[in-house]
Design a protein around this ligand. Structure first.
Ligand SMILES: Cc1cc2nc3c(=O)[nH]c(=O)nc-3n(C[C@H](O)[C@H](O)[C@H](O)COP(=O)(O)OP(=O)(O)OC[C@H]3O[C@@H](n4cnc5c(N)ncnc54)[C@H](O)[C@@H]3O)c2cc1C
Length: 417
């Protein structure tokens, strides 16, 4: 008979639900502040996570802050993005910004274990894995006890919920996803290729299915430096304009189209997922708890990256853990201050891209001479949100101005409301 722990009550200053990049990073920062920290994850590590495995300079910056950037970039390093489609190709090196000019990629089964191991090396951090958090009790407005599937009860001072895109525990706390906002549907696979050390990631903006019909999606090839590339495809969707594509089927066709150029083997380990983006969730905080990372929909609507935002929100949330603070209004405010304008603008641009006619009109201009080589590096910089407040060049100023205008028109849109 399995052992039950119904009598056990564990006290901890910080409980983190979810040990992915977001939760594990939060634990590292909390340990630096001397907080006794317990991570609970439903799965045992190493575990896989459906992802493109791409790491932009923004993510590398965060990995550097927890001492892991060199381990990752020593193995594989990317200089930027090559965009293809509509009869053209444009190379967009990572811009020379505060985030640096180095990107990478690493299979999540390895990356997540690496970050979690780094967390576990801190004496303040302990881990319970292979057990889900399934219930919550309140004492007034505060979460008082969290119960695990094995009966263990945990009494935390603070709670960070980093339980990923579905956020099953977040739902117990009232987290609601606004499907009227743009969201992603995507599939990834692993393909063997002799070009796995090529230092550029690739994206195809013009995808066709097996009948030659253009599909409302994009494809990616992210070399991994280990004899493989992460090959995937995705599309943007809203509940009004759902992308009517079978991502797994499209992925197989895409890999086949690129097979000769990359000498691909058969796509392996194909998996697909939905992706709430750009802060399109509400109820992300309470008196002593905050949702971070994917649980708070901190994913860039224009490129689907969320590892960097997960790690950033982890550090931000930990920096607020002080006695006497109530996070109910503070956390949504902090999220809006940091990401509100960029995410709202990106969500608006992504929404426009759900009209397939638009990409077909703009694609040939953006990916061909004479305008492509000028426009696309700037577009790639904006897509990657590699613009900092300190940047004052023309592109950064135009983006900030667009943000103000869009903010005026879509001010009531649900961003962590
Ligand atoms: C197809 C696809 C491609 C993507 N490509 C990229 C990319 O190239 N680059 C990029 O930066 N981002 C990408 N993303 C987004 C990225 O995968 C996420 O932003 C990232 O995984 C967020 O990390 P997280 O730690 O918040 O969540 P997760 O990595 O999902 O971790 C959540 C953890 O919580 C645990 N958990 C869940 N529920 C419970 C519970 N009740 N109790 C205990 N534990 C629980 C899970 O087991 C899991 O380990 C992609 C996403 C998809 C779907």
């Amino acid at each position: 008979m399995p052992e039950t722990h119904s009598e056990k009550l564990i006290h901890t200053e910080l409980l983190i639900i979810g040990g992915g990049p977001t939760g594990a990073t939060a634990a590292i920062h909390a340990a630096r502040r001397g907080l006794s920290t317990l991570i609970v994850d439903a799965q045992q590590f190493p575990r896989d996570k459906t992802c493109g495995d791409g790491l932009t300079p923004r993510a590398i910056t965060q990995l550097d802050r927890i001492g892991l950037a060199a381990t990752i970039t020593d193995r594989y390093l990317s200089h930027g993005l090559k965009l293809h489609g509509f009869g053209g190709s444009v190379t967009a090196p990572w811009p020379d910004s505060a985030f640096g000019t180095v990107g990478s990629a690493m299979p999540r089964v390895e990356l997540d274990a690496l970050i979690l191991d780094q967390a576990r090396r801190q004496p303040e951090v302990s881990l319970i894995d292979g057990v889900a958090a399934i219930a919550v009790e309140f004492d007034g407005a505060k979460v008082s006890v969290v119960t695990l599937a094995n009966g263990v009860r945990i009494k935390p001072t603070y709670l960070l919920v980093a339980d990923g895109v579905r956020s099953t525990f977040g739902k117990l706390l009232g987290r609601t996803w606004h499907k009227g906002e743009v969201y992603g549907i995507a599939a990834r696979s692993y393909c063997n290729t002799p070009r796995s050390t090529e230092p550029w990631i690739h994206s195809h903006l013009e995808l066709t299915d097996d009948t030659g019909t253009i599909q409302p999606g994009y494809g990616w090839i992210f070399p991994l430096g280990d004899g493989r590339a992460n090959v995937g495809c995705g599309a943007l969707s809203t509940d009004r304009r759902p992308a009517k594509i079978n991502t797994k089927k499209l992925l197989h066709f895409y890999a086949q189209q690129c097979r000769d150029e990359w000498d691909f083997g058969q796509p392996d380990n194909v998996a697909s997922a939905l992706l709430p983006m750009g802060g399109a969730v509400s109820n992300v905080a309470g008196a002593n708890w905050m949702l971070i990372g994917d649980a708070a929909a901190c994913v860039n609507p224009l490129n689907g990256e969320g590892i960097d935002y997960g790690m950033e929100t982890a550090e931000l949330a930990v920096s607020l853990l002080d006695e006497g603070k109530d996070f109910s209004l503070l956390w949504p405010f902090v999220l809006r201050e940091h990401y509100g304008q960029a995410f709202l603008l990106a969500r608006t641009a992504a929404r426009l891209l759900t009209y397939p006619q638009l990409l077909q009109k703009l694609g040939p201009i953006g990916l061909n001479k004479p305008l492509g080589p000028v426009l696309m590096p700037a577009a790639a910089r904006l897509m990657g949100n590699l613009v900092t407040e300190e940047d004052s060049d023309l592109v950064a100023r135009a983006w900030a101005m667009a943000g103000t205008v869009v903010g005026r028109f879509r001010g009531s849109s649900p961003l962590w409301s």
